[in-house]
Design a protein around this ligand. Structure first.
Ligand SMILES: O=C(O)C1=C[C@@H](OP(=O)(O)O)[C@@H](O)[C@H](O)C1
Ligand SMILES: C=C(OP(=O)(O)O)C(=O)O
Length: 446
């Protein structure tokens, strides 16, 4: 499958303070959803600021295979002429989602509720990831799992029912992908589809449902949870989308500026959605010098331009209920924690084991390669901070995981010895301009 090219090792070296002003690319979660909603709407959806990373391009290809007309006008600017809910065409071939959990899982929700047969596949990383979490609710809605690899993995084949059955579903783990797959499937079902989540997760699907004219009601459920009720079979109307920047990408220059002594940078228009802001909360608790220079609204999301200055960080305990709001940021938080004074304990990280790699194991191995003491205790990751002085010098195995690659390259900008990651190719899945952007701030990554 995809990405069988020879690995491309990349090395980061420390070369003095970072300075300058950057804007990171569009949000990956919102970019996938923009194309999917464009497919499911009637009319032409105009998107600006779309992330043109490999994961999102797979979703664009899938939308085309399902009948949408997708045009790329200029960098970030796309148009999608949709087929409407119920109007999907059966694809002629396999839908290959490459490395993308979000694209594949959300599209399983879409396709599994339509009366078509679809085959899903991906790269070696995606082939290891659990899909039962999507297949279980889909089966309740009437989808037939024609074939699947052991444990519900891709390659797998779905056949949708004539008409999907609406369900009430409590997600078994905090996952915006499960929630979104069920809601997207619920679009094709008559009546009300309800998703209940014990911990609130990113709400981009709910926001976009409303934006395209669906009737969706969200109410609190328990201490941290939400209940989302969707009225099925709406006629979604094309609507313009401005994709705000990706806070999960902003995390890399942000942490780099905190740990490279003397740094002082501005990161423009970082999406400030509270369900995506756990890293900022945690870094501030660690004593990070992050100030808000200005605030605005982009595409319906609050954004803030952040000034970030290097300084002393102190170890903290990160509570498990914060995990959904910073789920993809733990690898780079572990890097920040390595430079802090004292111990950082990140609690409740079981979901990190089923991302593009087992991120708990990959982070532990990478930190140890850099001379940092750390341990996995149950579902917690514990990092002993080295008070600003990390040796580095290790070779880090990235296991087809973009966030592992970028996190350890950020680390190498501040370690005594350079850090090398075994393969930088996967960075293109979410942040193709990462190396150029970091080097533009004064980094040395090559
Ligand atoms: O819905 C989304 O766009 C995402 C949800 C999260 O996954 P889970 O739903 O598996 O937590 C996150 O890790 C992923 O990068 C994007
Ligand atoms: C987990 C991630 O993405 P996905 O699940 O879409 O592969 C990520 O980008 O860190």
């Amino acid at each position: 499958m995809a990405h069988a090219q020879p690995p491309i090792p990349v090395t980061a070296r420390s070369r003095g303070p970072l300075a300058g002003r950057v804007r990171v690319p569009g949000d990956k979660s919102i970019s996938h959803r923009s194309l999917i909603f464009g497919l499911l709407a009637i009319g032409e959806t105009r998107i600006s600021g779309l992330l043109e990373g490999e994961d999102v391009m797979r979703t664009a290809d899938a939308a085309r295979a399902l009948g949408a007309i997708v045009h790329h006008d200029s960098p970030g600017s796309w148009r999608v002429r949709g087929v409407g809910v119920g109007g999907l065409r059966e694809p002629g071939g396999v839908l290959d989602f490459g490395n993308a959990g979000t694209g594949s899982r959300l599209m399983m929700g879409v396709c599994g509720a339509h009366p078509i047969t679809t085959v899903f596949d991906g790269d070696a990383s995606l082939r290891k990831r659990p899909m039962r979490r999507i297949l279980d609710p889909l089966e309740l809605m009437g989808t037939t799992i024609v074939s699947q690899e052991e444990g519900g993995r891709v390659p797998l084949t779905l056949r949708g029912p004539k008409e999907a059955v609406p369900i009430t579903y409590r997600t078994p783990v905090a996952s915006a992908q499960i929630k979104s797959a069920v809601l997207l499937a619920g679009l094709a079902a008559p009546g009300e589809t309800t998703v209940i989540e014990t911990e609130a997760t990113r709400d981009h699907t709910e926001t976009m449902l409303r934006h395209f004219g669906a009737d969706v009601a969200v109410s609190p459920d328990g201490a941290h949870g939400r209940r989302i009720v969707l009225k099925g079979q709406p006629e979604l109307q094309a609507a313009p989308i401005v994709v705000p920047t990706d806070p999960s990408s902003a995390a890399f220059p942000l942490v780099a500026a905190l740990i490279v002594p003397g740094s002082d940078i501005l990161i423009e228009s970082v999406m400030a959605n509270p369900l995506r802001s756990g890293l900022l909360t945690t870094l501030r608790e660690m004593g990070a010098d992050i100030s808000v220079e200005s605030e605005a609204n982009e595409g319906g999301e609050a954004v803030a331009t952040l000034r970030v200055r290097a300084g002393v960080l102190k170890g903290v305990t990160v509570p498990p209920e914060r995990a959904p709001s910073m789920i993809d940021e733990y690898p780079v938080l572990a890097v920040a924690a390595s430079f802090a004074t004292g111990t950082t304990r990140m609690r409740g990280l079981q979901e990190l084991r089923v991302k593009e790699s087992d991120r708990l194991a990959a982070v532990e191995a990478g930190l140890k390669a850099a001379g940092v003491t750390c341990a996995i205790e149950g579902d917690d990751l514990v990092v002993e901070g080295r008070d600003g002085a990390v040796d580095g010098g290790g070779l880090v195995a990235t296991h087809l995981d973009h966030r592992i690659a970028m996190s350890f390259l950020v680390m190498g900008l501040a370690t005594r010895q350079p850090m090398t990651v075994d393969d930088g190719a996967m960075i293109a899945t979410s942040f193709p301009s990462f190396i150029a952007l970091m080097n533009g701030l004064g980094g040395d990554i090559a």
